[in-house]
Design a binder for this molecule. Structure first.
Ligand code: ATP
Length: 359
């Protein structure tokens, strides 16, 4: 029995817009699940249906195998952390964290202990007497998390909790959220459009697009075995390189170079003759120089970006472009010719019509 089950969940808004299509997942207790995808793909809508803030149009939502579609938010034992911290500006940090417990009529000594324990986990002990306006963005977000955490609910729902923070604070808070999850073991569902946040936080990631789940898996599974072009391009930074072309004589062209697809497809290559195909490889999936069992390509260096521990090299051959990740001491001259190898095992092929990976 799973803790949370979403079975064929759909959301059709009153204006007729179908925002979520047949969403299915089983979530175990203690898992950290991240919903990721571009703006408008239905992440928040799904989270809000789990929270009980939005009606479920069809399908079943189960908590411990009991249907919960009609349960109110409190009965579901969920706590939500929003993008805007939604703190009470006139209340101290202590009172903000205590607020939910006070409403529930929890005993004052009990509240005091819970607030102080939570503040300790979040590093807020020294700030309990302050008003929210006297805190940094990161500290405010911690108070918002504290307010959810103190209630010791079954599930934490977080909707883009870091999006109001600057880049540095985001990285710090991301680590803190991971630590809090490790300490509390609380089941968490977290929404973001940021693939790095998804990769670093999640036990499992749900990639969504246009209201449809594309793939569910561990960060490694999604990186290593993407099911389609969208997931392959969404997970990984810089994104996977895609060369689109029509198969002719068993090959597709990368600029001047013909890439023999029978190396990847064997005899099946005949099935794709005359068809459009997508040839994908990751920037870190290529190596400089010539190597056996690889596609060897020579390109012109268009641009280089030094990132400190590595560099991105933008190359092209006629209209085909790619990004390569190289070591800091391997950065080529601009406008020079660069030869690189893509080991066959690092190449992904996708059917251009269905966009699905070809196994
Ligand atoms: P974002 O990252 O921008 O928040 P999201 O993936 O969370 O995006 P949702 O907020 O779930 O996306 O919205 C999914 C789709 O449903 C969008 O196209 C949105 O315009 C639409 N939508 C959201 N709320 C309503 C509503 N009340 N009525 C009609 N359509 C809505």
């Amino acid at each position: 029995m799973s803790y949370l089950t979403l079975k064929n969940i759909n959301k059709i808004y009153p204006n007729g817009f179908h925002a979520v299509h047949n969403f299915n997942i089983e979530i175990e207790k203690g898992e950290f699940i991240v919903f990721v995808g571009p703006s408008g793909c239905g992440k928040s809508t799904t989270l809000r249906m789990i929270a009980g803030l939005e009606d479920i149009s069809s399908g079943d939502f189960l908590i411990n195998d009991v249907r919960a579609n009609e349960m109110g938010p409190r009965e579901r034992e969920v706590a939500m952390v929003f993008q805007s911290y939604a703190l009470y500006p006139q209340m101290t940090v202590y009172d903000n964290i205590a607020f939910g417990l006070t409403l529930q009529g929890v005993d004052e000594d009990d509240i005091d202990k819970k607030v102080k324990d939570t503040a300790k986990i979040l590093g807020l002990t020294d700030y309990l007497d302050r008003l929210p306006r006297a805190l940094s963005g990161g500290q405010r977000q911690r108070v918002a998390i504290g307010r959810a955490l103190v209630r010791k609910v079954g599930v934490f729902l977080m909707d883009e909790p870091l999006s109001n923070l600057d880049a540095k604070q985001r990285v710090t808070m991301r680590t803190e959220i991971a630590q809090i999850h490790q300490e509390t073991g609380a089941t968490t569902i977290y929404v973001t459009h940021d693939q790095t946040e998804a990769m670093t936080l999640a036990d499992r990631i749900v990639v969504m697009k246009d209201g449809y789940v594309q793939q569910i898996g561990t960060p490694y599974e999604l990186y290593q075995d993407p099911v389609n072009v969208f997931v392959a391009g969404f997970i990984g930074e810089p994104p996977m390189n895609f060369i689109r072309g029509t198969v002719k004589d068993g090959s597709i062209a990368f600029g001047e170079k013909l890439l023999d697809l029978s190396q990847k497809l064997g005899k099946d290559v005949q099935k794709y003759e005359g068809k459009k195909i997508v040839f994908g490889f990751r920037p870190e999936g290529a190596v400089l120089g010539e190597q056996d069992d690889s596609y060897v390509i020579t390109c012109n260096v268009e641009l280089t970006e030094m990132l400190g521990d590595n560099a991105n090299v933008y190359v092209n051959d006629k209209d085909d472009r790619a990004i390569l990740k190289v070591g800091p001491h391997d950065i080529p001259e601009m406008d020079s010719d660069l030869t690189f190898s893509i080991p066959y095992e690092n190449v992904y092929l996708f059917d251009s019509e269905t966009e699905m990976v070809i196994k």
